[in-house]
Write a protein that binds this ligand. Structure first.
Ligand code: NAD
Length: 534
């Protein structure tokens, strides 16, 4: 790589220190930093991007080697955009723009004002102020949602108080904690004072430049709603998720560089979702829901024919897999990784039912249900989860347990035992993998109308009795009338974080009722369970 070159560009009304590295004749990428950084924050990212691009970064006015305006008004977004435009003009051709924090906020203003200068825009942790204002107006009837977002910006009120933050920045320990210089901290206050809430509602403009948002899962300041605010305003919007905090360019340069490259190339992949037992029922409905949401779906089922049917319906990929077979599950996971990549979501859903009292359930019945319902989930998660951890982009593991996993009963001890086990497993995984940005959820449906009754084994019954009892069970589930698509909708909302994350998710009224009763009247739950007999 060529050495870093450095020069000064005349911005709106002052000099900006610009540096360049990478391959001079290649496509240019301009990196804009935020508060209270300098262009140094991009150091490692620029080094990596330099292998493919001409990488230009500059110190925003008031920071690093750039001059500072005389007053707060000099930090208005209009001035910042003029600076950025001056840098791009100096580059001499349209650029791919990347902004972090305030660098992203000014990036939004720049791509809206001068689409002719930008090939794409990658936004990391810096929303457009007008879009956020518009989002707040659109959600004014949902005050809790709005407050939950606005509380992230509490510090801005502090920054707008005269003198006090300047005094705080004098304390060396504070500066060390923030990893910032006093000049950047003091001057950077101008960004907030000149632009936030100063002039009433801001105009919002449509953005025609291709935009990619990188969502940082552990960013305390910029949350999902800030990113969603862009949706009505951007013609071509994609998004990816990185398990990192606000200063990802510093802490995760490899991953940030990869996300930027994908954004520039327009190769950002669709979410990959792997579902076991997706040939029927809840698994199939979940595959359909994710496909409608734009995901690429891998359908795994022991019934190859049904797996293929689902895959055709969702435009996904089908593989035959018996989850009870550890080696086969490992091999399929290997093949999925090679052909489609590492999954973002794994739904360990395959399961079978065994009905019958403990005294009538044979060892073979036990082995079969434990092999599929418990070992199957363990094999599935052991095969996929380590790859997700290694990739470090987070994800979600969903285990289809059952309300039977928390309702002790005299009707299905073997089935309930396996479901209680995977209910615990999901909770353990959520505890263990959260630090990797991987969430786990145990889905606990009550009675759902699927084909599961077709495969029920009634322990100790003759073949003729089996058929009769299967039909009776099918009738009950039909009468209950809760379709698998409703379970699927719940899974999608959960993974899309439409609601706050939950580890145990009862689905259906009866599952919710028993879950609640377990807390307030566990004795009553046991009494109910004694009445429920096979
Ligand atoms: P279903 O029978 O319609 O679908 C289950 C699918 O899993 C089938 O396609 C089947 O071929 C597949 N499968 C079975 N054994 C397998 C194995 N060894 N390897 C791979 N695939 C296998 O049933 P469903 O109701 O959709 O059940 C899905 C999950 O939901 C199960 O774990 C079940 O225990 C759970 N559940 C169902 C209900 C309900 O009322 N339907 C309630 C609570 C929990």
């Amino acid at each position: 790589m060529e050495p870093v070159r450095e020069w000064v560009v005349r911005g709106a009304d002052l000099g900006l220190r610009v540096t360049e590295e990478g391959v001079a004749e290649r496509v240019p990428v301009v990196l804009v930093h935020g508060f209270p950084d300098t262009s140094e924050v991009w150091g490692a990212v620029a080094g990596r991007l330099g292998a493919r691009f001409r990488v230009i970064r500059y110190d925003v006015r008031g920071s690093g080697g750039s001059e500072a305006p005389a007053d707060v008004e000099g930090y208005s977004l209009e001035r910042l955009v003029e600076d950025l435009v001056a840098v791009v003009r100096d580059v001499g051709r349209p650029v791919h723009l990347v902004g972090h924090d305030w660098g992203s906020t000014q990036g939004w203003a720049a791509v809206a004002a001068r689409p002719d200068l930008f090939l794409s825009f990658t936004s990391i942790s810096g929303p457009d102020l007008g879009q956020v204002g518009d989002w707040v107006r659109r959600n004014r009837l949902r005050p809790f949602k709005v407050l939950n977002v606005l509380r992230r910006s509490w510090y801005i009120a502090g920054f707008k108080v005269p003198v006090v933050p300047e005094l705080v920045w004098r304390v060396p320990a504070v500066r060390r904690r923030l990893g910032a210089g006093r000049r950047e901290l003091v001057n950077g206050l101008g960004l907030y004072r000149a632009n936030v809430g100063a002039k009433g509602p801001r105009d919002v403009r449509k953005v025609s430049v291709r935009v990619h948002q990188v969502r940082l899962t552990d960013d305390p300041y910029v949350v999902r709603e800030h990113l969603e605010a862009a949706e009505p305003w951007v013609e071509q919007l994609t998004r990816s998720v990185l398990h990192a905090g606000h200063w990802a360019p510093r802490t995760h340069p490899d991953q940030v560089a990869r996300h930027i490259e994908d954004a520039i190339d327009g190769t950002h992949r669709r979410r990959l979702v792997v579902i076991t037992g997706a040939g029927s029922g809840i698994g199939r409905a979940t595959a359909e829901a994710f496909a409608r949401d734009g995901a690429e779906v891998v359908v795994l089922d022991v019934d190859e024919e049904r797996a293929r049917e689902t895959a055709e319906r969702v435009g996904g990929h089908a593989y035959r897999l018996d989850v009870a077979d550890a080696a086969a599950t490992g091999a399929v996971a290997e093949e999925v990784a090679r052909r489609h990549g590492v999954p973002d979501v794994v739904v360990a859903n395959a399961g079978i039912g065994v009905v019958g009292s403990f005294l009538r359930t044979s060892e073979e019945d036990w082995r079969r249900v434990v092999d599929v319902n418990l070992w199957g989930v363990v094999h599935t998660l052991r095969a996929f989860a380590p790859r997700m951890v290694e990739r470090a982009e987070g994800g979600h593991l969903v285990v289809t347990a059952s309300a039977a996993g928390y309702l002790p009963n005299a009707a299905l001890p073997a089935y309930s035992t396996t479901k209680a086990a995977v209910l615990m497993l999901a909770q353990c995984l959520d505890a263990e993998l959260r630090e990797h940005g991987i969430r786990a959820t145990a889905l606990c449906p009550g009675i759902v109308h699927t084909d599961i009754t077709r495969t029920f084994t009634f322990a100790g019954s003759t073949e003729a009795e089996q058929d009769e009892r299967r039909q009776r069970a099918a009738r009950t589930s039909r009468l209950r009338g809760f379709g698998p698509e409703k379970v699927a909708a719940e899974v999608l909302d959960l993974v899309n974080e439409v609601r706050p994350h939950r580890v145990v998710v009862p689905v259906t009224a009866e599952a919710n009722a028993v879950h609640l009763l377990n807390r307030v009247a566990p004795g009553l739950v046991r009494a109910l369970g004694r009445l429920w007999r096979a």
